[in-house]
Design a protein around this ligand. Structure first.
Ligand SMILES: NC(=O)c1ccc[n+]([C@@H]2O[C@H](COP(=O)([O-])OP(=O)(O)OC[C@H]3O[C@@H](n4cnc5c(N)ncnc54)[C@H](O)[C@@H]3O)[C@@H](O)[C@H]2O)c1
Length: 286
């Protein structure tokens, strides 16, 4: 099956950049969210990414023109009717995603593929919110942030996913310049299970007064060769999402993923990271 027209539901941190990489790859992309203001904000963010990319030699003016030509936004779900594939990137909340799938199922063509960018919720469970006939067409495509730069996509078939869906979606990821890696449908998939164990231990070190977040970030960059340390990365991902994911992992796997009290405290007090202006670091530039 050839995928030319792709709908992206949710124009936040992930959905907006997923739309961008697909538009750059020549797909016709429709981006949707709950209101016009969010879509305008996403468009402005993507223009910024393209302009910065041009300044750094990552994109050309032609790339920018192609992305802008190929990317449209809409608030009308009916506009998704001609899509060959829809990628869902709404909040990491099973009930919210379920509502989106039920609405999409009504509108999409019977052969339209549906993918979720969930970080942690089981693909087999999410598939159950779609009609039975669409479940073979449903799959997880877990992109990483920032999508415009990170190459990995975890491709996660659920119990009902058809082999042809895996092959088609893998090809779409490759066309978007990504490296898809097949992963079994377990809670948290592979990378999040690894990274959250690491982040939880990093937070324990801070709680025990072993080192500051900044010094741990420096140590991880210089001693482990990481491009960015755990605290800077949590601030980018947002601490509220980190907590949500750890709660899901904790429920699935028990104490080894128990969220640290410090993280809960910070999220409750609004220290959500870079986009909130404060997190493990403070961000005056906001
Ligand atoms: N932030 C990350 O680093 C990251 C990484 C990988 C995967 N994810 C996953 O990607 C998904 C999106 O995360 P995000 O960080 O982009 O979140 P976000 O909060 O930045 O964006 C979510 C967007 O979904 C929209 N939305 C919510 N309900 C909707 C609805 N019913 N209909 C249409 N739009 C709706 C919101 O208005 C918002 O703009 C989540 O499942 C998350 O777990 C996030």
């Amino acid at each position: 099956m050839t995928v030319n027209t792709i709908g992206v539901m949710g124009a936040g941190m992930m959905g907006s950049e997923i739309a961008l990489v697909l538009a750059l790859a020549g797909k016709s992309v429709l981006l949707s969210d709950r209101d016009r203001e969010l879509l305008d904000k996403a468009a402005a963010k993507l223009d910024g990414i393209l302009d910065k990319g041009i300044a750094r030699g990552l994109y050309s003016e032609d790339d920018k023109a192609r992305a802008q030509d190929n990317l449209r936004s809409t608030l009308d779900l009916q506009d998704f009717a001609p899509c060959d594939m829809v990628i869902e990137a709404v909040f990491e909340d099973e009930a919210v995603k379920a509502g989106v799938y039920r609405a999409l199922d009504e509108v999409l063509a019977p052969e339209c593929l549906v993918a979720s960018n969930t970080s942690s919720i089981s693909i087999t469970v999410l598939a159950s919110y779609l009609s039975e006939r669409r479940r073979p067409l449903f799959i997880g495509t877990h992109f990483f942030s920032p999508v415009s730069r990170m190459k990995l996509v975890e491709v996660i078939p659920g119990l009902d996913t058809a082999d042809e869906t895996v092959a088609t979606v893998t090809a779409v990821c490759e066309e978007a310049g990504k490296t898809p890696v097949p992963i079994k449908d377990v809670v948290g998939f592979a990378v999040n299970r690894l990274i959250h164990i690491f982040w939880i231990e990093a937070m324990r070190l801070v709680e025990e007064g072993v080192a500051t977040p900044e010094d741990i970030d420096t140590a991880c960059k210089l001693g482990m060769g990481l491009p960015v340390g755990p605290f800077r990365l949590m601030d980018a991902v947002t601490n509220n999402l980190t907590l949500d994911v750890q709660e899901i992992l904790h429920e699935a796997y028990g104490p080894r993923f128990m969220p640290r009290p410090l993280l809960k405290q910070m999220v409750k007090a609004g220290y959500n990271g870079r986009s909130a202006g404060k997190g493990w670091y403070s961000y005056d530039e906001r």
